[in-house]
Design a protein around this ligand. Structure first.
Ligand code: SAH
Ligand code: SF4
Ligand code: F3S
Length: 445
């Protein structure tokens, strides 16, 4: 390509897998495009979408509505929608939104340059929601300087079909990325000065299933944890049904593996779990938790919870509340059940009124807020390692990072610490974060 590069803006919604995919989009287009932080200057505006709840989808439509005005002012700007809503809606989205130039599905990222050429040549909008047979991403080689942590996708899709969930329909069947390519990508990141890696998949515990040439998930963890320079290893999301004894043992044996697991329980009621088709009951879940706590007493356990699943009674909901305290969770993401296209639960009888869902969510939040605060309070006075991620969102004079157990810590320190591991004394427990003091720093540090 000759001449200056064009400008690309990407707006990302949804989970960390979408964050990874957006980075991949920028990479795939890097021969012709450079990233901009100013949407109004973009030559290409991509939206990477999420469809997990109705609200996630509404956000995309409201952004598309606003973009109509930008497109009017700058008709040469191309607008593309990718990700899970694009996969779900495909052609319907193009028809509904006349100012769209491109709709591409969750398997289409590598075809982006070709699709854009088609749009530029023909001028007509392009829709591509085809699935690929094999999940192969060439190992990434470059990260921005000072980036201490990286996301690494290890699998795509999901075969579980939990009755509430749209993911299997928008991400396709489960496929594992070849282990060699994952290890190579992590090695490349470490060579660029990185310290922490989070492995991503909808159900990482079933990594390698059905591919004899791949390592199992615990084997992959062992290989990665042994790489020189890797200080921290994490993974998400892990399905409680498939949390094997071998994987639990990794928390006892691998020093790089962080003392944190995100283990979404969804409900504390075995009756509801069975209607969700989760494949475990309340006791199975608690048993896994006790095993984790036995091999790694410091482990922080976080979860996802859904309130108002069809047929959820007050007694079922009480069981969720009691489970939260029985574990107890260090933190939780909680959601009102949202009926999704194609999913079985959307057709179940006993759909719960919005007002009841909202009231249950508020009660649940009150309990989790208390638990999170108590978990933060227990850390006060301790000296902990923080991986510094950047400036704090609340106050730019402060740095922000995370503990191995994943809590956010804000403290005063100099710019050079970004991307580094620092010892911090925890001094203050807030609702969403901790406050601390970097050791070895003078004065107000
Ligand atoms: N693969 C992960 C979950 C990914 S989706 C797992 O199995 O644990 C992230 C979270 O969104 C889920 O854990 C669930 O709590 C929530 N979620 C998914 N579908 C939902 C729906 N239809 N309504 C409300 N919350 C939902
Ligand atoms: Fe959705 Fe269940 Fe798959 Fe998680 S395991 S992505 S909740 S279907
Ligand atoms: Fe959303 Fe798709 Fe992730 S539906 S949660 S962006 S896999």
């Amino acid at each position: 390509m000759t001449g200056p590069k064009k400008r690309l803006y990407i707006k990302t919604y949804g989970c960390q897998m979408n964050v990874y995919d957006s980075e991949l989009m920028a990479q795939v287009l890097s021969a012709d495009y450079t990233l901009t932080t100013q949407p109004e200057d973009a030559d290409l505006y991509l939206i990477n979408t999420c469809s997990i709840r109705a609200k996630s989808e509404e956000k995309v439509h409201s952004l598309l509505g606003r973009l109509r005005f930008l497109k009017k002012r700058r008709p040469q700007m191309l607008i593309g929608v990718g990700g899970c809503v694009a996969q779900q809606e495909g052609e319907r989205l193009r028809q509904r939104v006349p100012h769209l130039d491109l709709v591409f599905g969750t398997h289409g990222i590598y075809r982006l340059p070709e699709m854009l050429r088609q749009v530029e040549d023909g001028g007509a909008p392009v829709v591509d929601t085809d699935y690929v047979e094999q999940f192969q991403i060439p190992p990434r080689r470059h990260w921005p300087p000072g980036q201490g942590k990286a996301l690494v996708t290890i699998m795509q899709g999901c075969n579980n079909f939990c009755t509430y969930c749209v993911v299997p329909y928008v991400r396709g069947p489960e496929m594992s990325r070849p282990s060699g390519e994952i290890i190579q990508e992590v090695q490349n990141f470490l060579a660029s000065g990185g310290r922490e890696v989070t492995l991503l998949g909808q159900n990482v515990n079933s990594y390698g299933r059905g591919c004899p040439e791949s390592l199992s998930f615990p084997q992959l963890l062992r290989e990665l944890a042994a790489l020189p320079g890797l200080a921290r290893l994490r993974f998400t999301t892990s399905h409680p049904r498939d949390l094997s004894a071998e994987l639990i043992q990794c928390f006892a044996e691998l020093p790089a593996l962080c003392e944190h697991i995100h283990l979404p329980v969804q409900s504390g009621s075995s009756r509801i779990l069975s209607r969700m088709k989760r494949g475990y009951n309340r006791d199975d879940y608690l048993q896994r938790v006790r095993q984790l706590q036995a091999v790694c007493p410091e482990i922080a356990i976080t979860t996802d919870l859904i309130v108002g699943f069809p047929g959820e009674t007050e007694e079922d909901f009480q069981e969720t509340l009691s489970l939260m305290q029985e574990v107890p969770f260090d933190n939780a993401f909680y959601f009102k059940y949202s009926p999704r296209p194609q999913t079985r639960a959307a057709t179940f009888p006993g759909q719960i009124a919005e007002s009841i869902k909202a009231a249950r969510l508020a009660r649940l939040k009150e309990i989790q807020d208390r638990l999170t605060r108590a978990s933060h309070q227990r850390l006060v006075g301790q000296i902990k390692e923080v991986l510094v991620e950047g400036r704090s969102k609340q106050s730019t004079s402060q740095l922000s990072g995370r503990l191995r157990s994943n809590q956010v810590v804000n403290f005063t320190g100099s710019q050079e610490l970004i991307g580094r591991l620092v010892q911090v004394r925890i001094e203050q427990a807030c609702q969403h974060s901790l406050g601390g003091r970097a050791l070895g720093c003078a004065g107000s540090c």
